[in-house]
Design a protein around this ligand. Structure first.
Ligand code: ASP
Length: 361
């Protein structure tokens, strides 16, 4: 066990009798083992006072709390599982990069492959939580539960949502029902699938929603109630493997507005990106100059995905785009299309093959 890794366990109490006549050590051995990987975010942040609900973190001058304090604040979780904790990093999620993703994916896969862990909980900032969840959904090689959780209010805030979210996340990760559901998100009593979930409100605790297709289930009294299961390929049925990668192909997003042009697309192509996601308007529409710039990018060998800045609905292939070798994003938001395109480009540059990937994942 490395220095930052520690075990919260009842095993030291071995020999004492528990309620069911078993030793506490026997009870601990019967409980599932959940590993908590902490990465930072509001759930680990502290504000200057209980009403500092948006001004906290670095601006409060108070250091974030570590995994040990996070776990100690919610003793209820030991009812559901034997807990081990590990601080993978401790930063706001807007500051994370591809290297953090690769580290997190490797560590998650190592822990799940070791055999003695039944599920993983990852504490994470909410700003990019949906992106990390979707990335892991595509690269984790296990059917065991992997649950992402965060909070909208800092640990010092009035009505902080972190403790109950963490209790729900651990209960979910410890549950056999959460197996083979892909990576899930446990926020605000809701179980969301990584494919569809998105942050919809900058401050409200009821922010994570699945705008198309709905939630996978709900947490009630820390018990999971599933109502759906994901049909898209994920985890053990995913073809993507990042275990040997040091980085991912660069993909950037161009955001379309009334009156925008192709200048940013040209700049993206010039800086050496391997792919572009165009966040178009409506059903991926765009100004003519943007279209011309995307065609030029294709001629330079970049992959182009046409998506929509509209937060719900599907972008299916249309003739004009397909003729140019543009891939349609289907139900992926621009930020999730970027992740899938980065991974697709680790395997192919053929637009038909990339479209197949966008259809299946
Ligand atoms: N700034 C935070 C983050 O790390 C926001 C949050 O966690 O809610 O994403």
């Amino acid at each position: 066990m490395n220095k930052r890794s520690f075990l919260f366990t009842l095993l030291t109490a071995a020999g004492l009798l528990g309620a069911a006549g078993q030793t506490l050590a026997q009870q601990a051995a019967l409980k599932p083992h959940v590993a908590i990987l902490a990465t930072g975010g509001t759930i680990a942040s502290r504000g200057a006072n209980s009403l500092a609900l948006t001004d906290y973190g670095l601006s409060s001058g108070l250091k974030p709390v570590g995994v040990e304090a996070l776990v100690a604040a919610v003793p209820e979780i030991e009812k559901f599982a034997t807990i081990t904790g590990e601080q993978v990093f401790n930063v706001g999620s807007s500051k994370l990069g591809i290297d953090n993703w690769l580290t997190l994916a490797r560590r998650t896969n190592e822990i799940l492959a070791a055999g003695d862990v039944d599920g993983v909980v990852i504490t994470h900032g909410t700003d990019t939580l949906e992106e990390t969840a979707y990335f892991l959904n595509l690269v984790v090689k296990s059917a065991k539960p992997v649950v992402l959780v965060g909070s909208m209010r800092p640990s010092t805030g009035m009505s902080a949502d972190g403790p109950l979210n963490l209790a729900n996340a651990v209960a979910l990760a410890a549950s056999p029902q959460a197996r083979d559901k892909g990576v899930t998100v446990a926020m605000n009593d809701t179980i969301s699938g990584a494919f569809g979930v998105t942050k919809t409100n900058a401050t409200n605790v009821a922010t994570f929603r699945t705008l198309d297709g709905g939630d996978l289930g709900y947490m009630q009294n820390a018990v999971p109630y599933f109502v759906a299961q994901p049909l898209k390929r994920h985890t053990v049925r995913s073809e993507f493997d990042v275990s040997a990668l040091k980085t991912l192909p660069r993909v950037d997003i161009n955001y379309t507005t009334l009156g925008s042009d192709g200048a940013i697309v040209d700049a993206i192509a010039a800086l050496g990106a391997r792919g572009i996601v165009n966040a178009g308007v409506g059903h991926a529409n765009m100004p003519n100059t943007t279209f011309e710039s995307l065609k030029a990018a294709r001629q330079k060998g970049l992959a182009v995905v046409v998506a929509s800045r509209v937060p719900s609905g599907m972008v299916t292939p249309v003739g004009q785009f397909a003729q140019e070798g543009f891939v349609s994003s289907m139900m992926h938001t621009p930020q999730k299309a970027r992740i899938l395109l980065m991974l697709a480009l680790t395997r192919t540059t053929d637009p038909r093959e990339i479209q197949r990937i966008f259809d299946e994942y």
